[in-house]
Design a protein around this ligand. Structure first.
Ligand code: AMP
Length: 281
C-alpha cells in the first residue's frame, strides 16, 4: 500500500529526504475519483522515476461559485486501491484548510492562455489551477510531473508557468484515454445518466467526422467547426459551450488547418461539462 501523507510539513520533509537520497520524484496531481486516464499517467510516471507521488486534492479555488465543488465525486478507498495497483509510493491528500489558511492572498495568473477556451467560460479557473499546481510543486518538489492531454489547455498553462517562473520541474503530457465508444474518460462522466451517457457519444463522433473531412481535403476551420456544431446540436441533450480550431502551441485561433491545428470543444450534457480535443491532421 502507498504511504498516505496528509500534512504539508510531512510531505516536504519526505521529499527533501528522498532528494537527498538521490531519488527521482515523479508527480501526478489529481482530484481523485480515479479512472483509467489517471491510471495511464501513473503507469508512465512509474517508469519515469524512482519515487511516484500522486496527490488527491479537490482544489476549491479552481471551481466557480456556481460549479460542482460540493458534489464533485470522491472515493478515497477505491483511489488508494488503484494507487496500490499502479505502484504509487506516496499519496498526498492535503486539507483545503492547510492549503488555503486564513489570510491566503497570493495567486498565479498565466495571462492570455488562461482567458480563452475554457478560461472564457470559467473565469478564474486557470488561476486556481496554476496556483495550486505551483503550491503542490513547492511542497512535493518533483523532478518530473505528468498531466493529461485531455485537459490540453491546462497542460499549456502549466508549461507556460514552469517556463516563466523558472521552475525546476520537467512537464510531460500523456495521451487521452477513452471509453470504448471514444468518450474521453473523466471523473465527471459519473454525472451522466443513461440517456445522457448515450448522448455524450456525439462528442467523439463529431471529432471523428472533423478528422474525416480534413483528411478529405477540407482546410477551412469554419467549415469544420460548423460541421461539428451541427452534429452536436443534432443531439437534443447536448448544449455547445465552444467549438474552436486553434494552434496547438499557443492556442490562438487557426483559421486555416495545418499540422499544428487542433479542434477543441466543450459541450454540456445535463450536469456534466465535457471537454475534448483532437489533432486534425
Ligand atoms: P483530474 O483528477 O480530473 O484533475 O485529472 C488529473 C490528471 O489526469 C490531469 O492531468 C488530467 O489531464 C489527467 N486526465 C484526466 N482524464 C484523462 C484521460 N481521459 N486521459 C488522460 N489523462 C487524463
Amino acid at each position: 500500500m502507498p504511504k498516505i501523507i496528509k500534512t504539508l510539513k510531512e510531505m516536504r520533509e519526505e521529499s527533501i529526504a528522498l532528494r537527498e537520497g538521490g531519488e527521482t520524484i515523479v508527480f501526478v496531481p489529481t482530484m481523485g475519483f480515479l479512472h483509467d486516464g489517471h491510471r495511464a499517467l501513473l503507469k508512465v510516471g512509474r517508469r519515469l522515476g524512482s519515487t511516484l507521488v500522486m496527490s488527491i486534492f479537490v482544489n476549491p479555488t479552481q471551481f466557480g461559485p456556481k460549479e460542482d465543488l460540493a458534489s464533485y465525486p470522491r472515493d478515497l478507498e477505491r483511489d488508494l486501491k488503484m494507487a496500490d495497483e499502479e505502484g504509487v509510493d506516496i499519496v498526498f491528500t492535503p486539507s483545503a484548510l492547510e492549503m488555503y489558511p486564513e489570510g491566503f492572498s497570493t495567486h498565479v495568473e498565466v495571462t492570455g492562455l488562461s482567458d480563452i477556451l475554457c478560461g472564457a467560460s470559467r473565469p478564474g479557473h486557470f488561476r486556481g489551477v496554476a496556483t495550486v499546481v505551483l503550491k503542490l510543486f513547492n511542497i512535493v518538489m518533483p523532478h518530473r510531473a505528468l498531466f493529461g492531454r485531455k485537459d490540453f489547455q491546462q497542460l499549456r498553462v502549466i508549461e507556460r508557468m514552469v517556463k516563466d517562473l523558472d521552475l525546476q520541474v520537467e512537464i510531460a503530457g500523456i495521451e487521452t484515454i477513452r471509453e470504448k465508444d471514444g468518450l474521453a474518460m473523466s471523473s465527471r462522466n459519473s454525472y451522466l445518466g443513461k440517456e445522457e451517457r448515450r448522448a455524450a457519444q456525439c462528442v467523439p463522433r463529431a471529432m471523428e467526422e472533423a478528422r474525416r473531412i480534413v483528411a478529405d481535403g477540407e482546410a477551412q476551420s469554419s467549415v469544420v467547426t460548423e460541421k461539428v456544431k451541427k452534429i452536436i446540436e443534432n443531439e437534443p441533450l447536448a448544449v455547445v459551450d465552444y467549438i474552436k480550431v486553434c494552434r496547438a502551441d499557443n492556442l490562438l485561433d487557426a483559421p486555416v488547418i495545418d499540422e499544428c491545428s487542433m479542434l477543441f470543444l466543450a459541450v454540456k450534457i445535463g450536469k456534466a461539462r465535457l471537454i475534448d480535443n483532437t489533432r486534425l491532421r
